[in-house]
Design a protein around this ligand. Structure first.
Ligand code: TA6
Length: 296
Protein backbone atom coordinates (compact mmCIF):
# COMPACT_ATOMS: atom_id res chain seq x y z
CA UNK A 1 0.00 0.00 0.00
CA UNK A 2 2.96 2.31 -0.50
CA UNK A 3 4.21 4.40 2.37
CA UNK A 4 2.29 3.80 5.54
CA UNK A 5 2.87 4.63 9.17
CA UNK A 6 1.77 2.73 12.22
CA UNK A 7 0.50 4.46 15.31
CA UNK A 8 2.48 2.61 17.97
CA UNK A 9 3.13 3.69 21.51
CA UNK A 10 4.78 1.91 24.42
CA UNK A 11 1.54 1.12 26.14
CA UNK A 12 2.22 -0.75 29.37
CA UNK A 13 2.72 -4.05 27.61
CA UNK A 14 -0.12 -5.67 29.50
CA UNK A 15 -1.72 -8.60 27.69
CA UNK A 16 -4.87 -6.54 27.30
CA UNK A 17 -3.23 -4.23 24.79
CA UNK A 18 -1.02 -6.63 22.83
CA UNK A 19 -3.37 -6.90 19.80
CA UNK A 20 -4.20 -3.20 19.55
CA UNK A 21 -3.06 -1.49 16.38
CA UNK A 22 -4.07 1.04 13.76
CA UNK A 23 -2.40 1.68 10.43
CA UNK A 24 -2.71 4.77 8.25
CA UNK A 25 -1.24 5.23 4.77
CA UNK A 26 0.42 8.40 3.53
CA UNK A 27 -1.48 7.57 0.35
CA UNK A 28 -4.80 9.29 0.82
CA UNK A 29 -4.35 9.74 4.58
CA UNK A 30 -6.34 6.49 4.60
CA UNK A 31 -6.70 4.39 7.73
CA UNK A 32 -6.36 0.85 6.38
CA UNK A 33 -6.48 -1.19 9.57
CA UNK A 34 -7.91 -0.99 13.10
CA UNK A 35 -7.47 -4.02 15.34
CA UNK A 36 -8.90 -4.63 18.80
CA UNK A 37 -7.15 -6.07 21.87
CA UNK A 38 -7.48 -9.57 20.42
CA UNK A 39 -5.93 -8.49 17.14
CA UNK A 40 -9.29 -8.81 15.30
CA UNK A 41 -9.62 -6.52 12.26
CA UNK A 42 -12.59 -4.16 12.67
CA UNK A 43 -12.49 -2.44 9.27
CA UNK A 44 -13.40 -4.08 5.97
CA UNK A 45 -10.83 -4.37 3.18
CA UNK A 46 -11.78 -5.97 -0.11
CA UNK A 47 -9.88 -9.13 -1.01
CA UNK A 48 -9.69 -7.63 -4.50
CA UNK A 49 -8.56 -4.18 -3.35
CA UNK A 50 -6.34 -2.66 -6.01
CA UNK A 51 -3.46 -0.49 -4.83
CA UNK A 52 -2.92 1.51 -7.99
CA UNK A 53 -2.26 5.17 -7.27
CA UNK A 54 -3.92 7.54 -7.54
CA UNK A 55 -7.03 5.40 -6.91
CA UNK A 56 -7.92 4.77 -3.26
CA UNK A 57 -8.04 1.14 -2.13
CA UNK A 58 -11.46 -0.35 -1.34
CA UNK A 59 -11.93 -0.42 2.41
CA UNK A 60 -10.61 1.20 5.58
CA UNK A 61 -11.53 4.87 5.97
CA UNK A 62 -10.89 6.93 2.81
CA UNK A 63 -11.09 10.70 3.32
CA UNK A 64 -13.65 12.34 1.00
CA UNK A 65 -12.67 16.00 0.49
CA UNK A 66 -13.48 18.59 -0.91
CA UNK A 67 -16.35 16.82 -2.68
CA UNK A 68 -18.64 13.88 -1.80
CA UNK A 69 -19.98 11.64 -4.54
CA UNK A 70 -19.91 12.79 -8.15
CA UNK A 71 -22.03 15.92 -7.84
CA UNK A 72 -19.29 18.42 -8.68
CA UNK A 73 -16.39 19.11 -11.02
CA UNK A 74 -13.85 16.87 -9.29
CA UNK A 75 -13.30 13.11 -9.34
CA UNK A 76 -15.71 10.98 -7.27
CA UNK A 77 -15.32 11.88 -3.57
CA UNK A 78 -12.73 14.59 -4.33
CA UNK A 79 -8.96 14.34 -4.61
CA UNK A 80 -7.77 14.05 -0.97
CA UNK A 81 -8.00 10.23 -0.90
CA UNK A 82 -5.92 10.03 -4.09
CA UNK A 83 -3.01 12.22 -2.99
CA UNK A 84 0.18 11.51 -1.03
CA UNK A 85 0.01 13.23 2.35
CA UNK A 86 2.98 14.12 4.55
CA UNK A 87 3.72 13.63 8.23
CA UNK A 88 2.74 16.90 9.91
CA UNK A 89 5.81 17.74 11.95
CA UNK A 90 5.19 21.47 12.13
CA UNK A 91 6.12 22.64 15.61
CA UNK A 92 4.63 23.37 18.01
CA UNK A 93 2.32 20.36 17.83
CA UNK A 94 -1.12 21.69 17.06
CA UNK A 95 -3.68 21.52 19.84
CA UNK A 96 -6.43 19.24 18.59
CA UNK A 97 -8.36 19.77 21.80
CA UNK A 98 -8.08 16.09 22.58
CA UNK A 99 -6.63 14.52 25.69
CA UNK A 100 -3.70 12.93 23.96
CA UNK A 101 -2.11 11.47 27.05
CA UNK A 102 -3.01 7.79 26.75
CA UNK A 103 -3.15 7.51 22.97
CA UNK A 104 -0.85 6.70 20.09
CA UNK A 105 -1.25 9.36 17.42
CA UNK A 106 -0.07 10.21 13.96
CA UNK A 107 -0.51 13.71 12.47
CA UNK A 108 -0.78 14.01 8.68
CA UNK A 109 -1.01 17.05 6.41
CA UNK A 110 -2.32 17.69 2.89
CA UNK A 111 -1.69 20.93 1.03
CA UNK A 112 -2.66 21.65 -2.58
CA UNK A 113 -0.03 21.23 -5.29
CA UNK A 114 0.13 23.64 -8.22
CA UNK A 115 -1.87 21.07 -10.21
CA UNK A 116 -4.49 20.79 -7.47
CA UNK A 117 -4.92 24.58 -7.48
CA UNK A 118 -5.68 24.42 -11.19
CA UNK A 119 -8.67 22.14 -10.62
CA UNK A 120 -9.70 23.49 -7.20
CA UNK A 121 -8.29 27.04 -6.83
CA UNK A 122 -8.46 27.34 -3.04
CA UNK A 123 -5.57 27.73 -0.58
CA UNK A 124 -6.34 25.11 2.10
CA UNK A 125 -4.48 23.04 4.67
CA UNK A 126 -6.06 19.73 5.68
CA UNK A 127 -4.65 18.21 8.86
CA UNK A 128 -5.60 14.78 10.14
CA UNK A 129 -4.80 13.28 13.54
CA UNK A 130 -5.36 9.53 13.78
CA UNK A 131 -5.29 8.23 17.36
CA UNK A 132 -5.66 4.86 19.04
CA UNK A 133 -6.47 4.81 22.74
CA UNK A 134 -5.52 2.22 25.32
CA UNK A 135 -9.22 1.26 25.36
CA UNK A 136 -8.98 0.45 21.65
CA UNK A 137 -11.01 3.46 20.44
CA UNK A 138 -9.98 4.90 17.08
CA UNK A 139 -10.36 8.63 16.55
CA UNK A 140 -9.87 10.78 13.48
CA UNK A 141 -9.78 14.56 13.83
CA UNK A 142 -9.61 16.63 10.64
CA UNK A 143 -8.99 20.34 10.47
CA UNK A 144 -9.48 22.33 7.28
CA UNK A 145 -8.07 25.85 7.25
CA UNK A 146 -8.59 28.56 4.65
CA UNK A 147 -5.05 29.91 4.29
CA UNK A 148 -6.09 33.49 3.66
CA UNK A 149 -7.37 32.88 0.14
CA UNK A 150 -10.89 33.78 -0.94
CA UNK A 151 -13.85 32.06 0.81
CA UNK A 152 -14.44 28.45 -0.26
CA UNK A 153 -16.99 25.70 0.40
CA UNK A 154 -16.46 21.95 0.64
CA UNK A 155 -18.08 18.66 1.54
CA UNK A 156 -16.34 16.09 3.78
CA UNK A 157 -16.82 12.46 4.79
CA UNK A 158 -14.96 9.76 6.69
CA UNK A 159 -15.89 6.95 4.25
CA UNK A 160 -15.84 4.23 6.92
CA UNK A 161 -16.01 0.55 5.85
CA UNK A 162 -17.03 -1.38 8.97
CA UNK A 163 -16.35 -5.12 8.97
CA UNK A 164 -19.51 -7.08 9.84
CA UNK A 165 -20.30 -10.80 10.01
CA UNK A 166 -23.40 -10.80 7.78
CA UNK A 167 -25.12 -7.60 6.58
CA UNK A 168 -28.52 -9.27 6.92
CA UNK A 169 -27.90 -9.52 10.69
CA UNK A 170 -26.85 -5.88 11.17
CA UNK A 171 -28.98 -2.97 12.31
CA UNK A 172 -28.36 0.71 12.94
CA UNK A 173 -29.94 2.48 15.91
CA UNK A 174 -30.10 6.27 16.23
CA UNK A 175 -31.30 7.29 12.78
CA UNK A 176 -34.99 6.57 13.36
CA UNK A 177 -37.45 9.31 12.23
CA UNK A 178 -34.69 11.28 10.48
CA UNK A 179 -34.90 12.53 6.90
CA UNK A 180 -32.57 11.05 4.31
CA UNK A 181 -31.59 11.76 0.72
CA UNK A 182 -31.80 8.58 -1.33
CA UNK A 183 -28.94 8.29 -3.81
CA UNK A 184 -30.87 5.47 -5.49
CA UNK A 185 -33.63 7.89 -6.49
CA UNK A 186 -31.86 11.11 -7.51
CA UNK A 187 -31.34 12.17 -3.89
CA UNK A 188 -35.12 12.42 -3.32
CA UNK A 189 -35.90 13.22 0.33
CA UNK A 190 -37.67 10.64 2.51
CA UNK A 191 -38.29 10.20 6.23
CA UNK A 192 -37.04 7.07 8.01
CA UNK A 193 -39.99 5.12 9.41
CA UNK A 194 -38.27 2.09 10.91
CA UNK A 195 -37.44 1.59 14.57
CA UNK A 196 -33.94 0.58 13.41
CA UNK A 197 -32.35 0.34 9.96
CA UNK A 198 -31.92 -3.22 8.70
CA UNK A 199 -30.63 -4.42 5.33
CA UNK A 200 -32.29 -6.56 2.69
CA UNK A 201 -31.09 -4.83 -0.49
CA UNK A 202 -28.83 -2.05 -1.81
CA UNK A 203 -28.85 1.05 0.43
CA UNK A 204 -27.23 4.38 -0.45
CA UNK A 205 -28.59 7.18 1.74
CA UNK A 206 -27.49 10.43 3.33
CA UNK A 207 -29.23 10.80 6.70
CA UNK A 208 -29.31 14.49 7.60
CA UNK A 209 -29.33 16.29 10.92
CA UNK A 210 -28.08 13.23 12.78
CA UNK A 211 -27.40 12.93 16.52
CA UNK A 212 -23.79 12.88 17.72
CA UNK A 213 -23.86 9.16 18.57
CA UNK A 214 -25.28 6.17 16.69
CA UNK A 215 -24.88 2.40 17.15
CA UNK A 216 -24.24 -0.30 14.55
CA UNK A 217 -25.17 -3.68 16.01
CA UNK A 218 -23.58 -6.77 14.45
CA UNK A 219 -25.66 -9.68 15.73
CA UNK A 220 -23.40 -12.34 14.24
CA UNK A 221 -20.27 -11.13 16.00
CA UNK A 222 -22.12 -9.97 19.14
CA UNK A 223 -20.36 -6.66 18.57
CA UNK A 224 -21.62 -3.06 18.55
CA UNK A 225 -19.81 -0.20 16.86
CA UNK A 226 -20.41 3.13 18.57
CA UNK A 227 -19.97 6.01 16.11
CA UNK A 228 -19.44 9.41 17.72
CA UNK A 229 -19.02 12.55 15.63
CA UNK A 230 -18.65 16.33 15.96
CA UNK A 231 -18.83 18.93 13.23
CA UNK A 232 -20.35 16.37 10.84
CA UNK A 233 -24.16 16.65 10.72
CA UNK A 234 -24.85 13.78 8.31
CA UNK A 235 -24.41 10.00 8.20
CA UNK A 236 -24.03 8.22 4.86
CA UNK A 237 -25.17 4.59 4.91
CA UNK A 238 -24.09 2.41 1.99
CA UNK A 239 -24.15 -1.22 1.06
CA UNK A 240 -24.00 -2.00 -2.67
CA UNK A 241 -25.62 -5.44 -2.29
CA UNK A 242 -24.90 -8.24 -4.72
CA UNK A 243 -25.70 -6.77 -8.14
CA UNK A 244 -23.89 -3.42 -7.70
CA UNK A 245 -20.88 -5.02 -5.99
CA UNK A 246 -20.41 -7.36 -8.94
CA UNK A 247 -19.97 -4.29 -11.18
CA UNK A 248 -16.91 -3.22 -9.13
CA UNK A 249 -13.64 -4.94 -10.03
CA UNK A 250 -12.19 -4.24 -6.56
CA UNK A 251 -15.07 -5.89 -4.70
CA UNK A 252 -14.78 -9.62 -4.01
CA UNK A 253 -17.74 -11.92 -4.79
CA UNK A 254 -20.29 -11.83 -1.95
CA UNK A 255 -18.05 -9.51 0.10
CA UNK A 256 -20.92 -7.04 0.29
CA UNK A 257 -22.20 -9.32 3.07
CA UNK A 258 -19.18 -8.50 5.26
CA UNK A 259 -19.22 -4.71 5.04
CA UNK A 260 -21.28 -1.64 5.79
CA UNK A 261 -20.26 1.96 5.11
CA UNK A 262 -21.36 4.31 7.89
CA UNK A 263 -19.78 7.65 7.03
CA UNK A 264 -19.77 10.62 9.42
CA UNK A 265 -20.11 13.41 6.88
CA UNK A 266 -21.02 16.97 5.92
CA UNK A 267 -22.82 16.42 2.62
CA UNK A 268 -26.27 18.01 2.56
CA UNK A 269 -24.92 21.47 3.36
CA UNK A 270 -21.41 22.44 2.26
CA UNK A 271 -19.08 23.97 4.85
CA UNK A 272 -17.90 27.48 3.98
CA UNK A 273 -14.69 29.01 5.33
CA UNK A 274 -13.73 32.65 5.09
CA UNK A 275 -10.01 33.53 4.84
CA UNK A 276 -8.23 32.46 8.02
CA UNK A 277 -11.18 30.39 9.31
CA UNK A 278 -10.83 26.73 10.30
CA UNK A 279 -13.29 23.82 10.54
CA UNK A 280 -12.85 20.69 12.67
CA UNK A 281 -14.55 17.35 12.07
CA UNK A 282 -14.18 14.56 14.63
CA UNK A 283 -14.98 10.86 14.41
CA UNK A 284 -14.53 8.39 17.26
CA UNK A 285 -15.16 4.68 16.76
CA UNK A 286 -15.55 2.16 19.57
CA UNK A 287 -16.20 -1.56 19.17
CA UNK A 288 -17.80 -3.20 22.21
CA UNK A 289 -19.08 -6.68 22.94
CA UNK A 290 -22.86 -6.49 22.88
CA UNK A 291 -24.80 -9.04 24.82
CA UNK A 292 -28.16 -7.43 24.01
CA UNK A 293 -27.93 -8.44 20.32
CA UNK A 294 -29.96 -11.49 21.29
CA UNK A 295 -33.15 -9.40 21.13
CA UNK A 296 -32.36 -8.81 17.45
O1 TA6 B 1 -21.25 5.81 0.09
C1 TA6 B 1 -21.87 6.51 -0.87
C2 TA6 B 1 -21.17 6.37 -2.22
O2 TA6 B 1 -21.18 7.60 -2.88
C3 TA6 B 1 -21.90 5.32 -3.05
O3 TA6 B 1 -22.79 5.93 -3.95
C4 TA6 B 1 -20.77 4.55 -3.72
O4 TA6 B 1 -20.37 5.22 -4.92
C5 TA6 B 1 -19.72 4.60 -2.62
O5 TA6 B 1 -19.79 5.94 -2.14
C6 TA6 B 1 -18.33 4.15 -3.04
O6 TA6 B 1 -17.69 5.11 -3.80
P1 TA6 B 1 -16.20 4.75 -4.34
O7 TA6 B 1 -15.80 5.90 -5.17
O8 TA6 B 1 -15.34 4.56 -3.11
O9 TA6 B 1 -16.36 3.45 -5.08
Amino acid sequence: RGASVRAEKNFSRSDSSVGLSAQVCLHGGQVVSWRNHRGEELLFSSSKAIFKPPRATRGGIPICFPQFGNCGTLEQHGFARNKIWTIDDEAPPLNYGDNNSNKASVDLLLKPSEDDLKCWPHCFELRLRVSLSMDGDLSLISRVRNVNGKPFSFAFAYHTYLSVSDISEVRIEGLETLDYLDNLSQRERFTEQGDAITFESEVDRVYVGCPGVIAVLDHGKKRTFIVRKEGLPDIVVWNPWEKKSKTMADFGDDEYKQMLCVDAAAVERAITLKPGEEWTGKLELSAVASTNCSDH
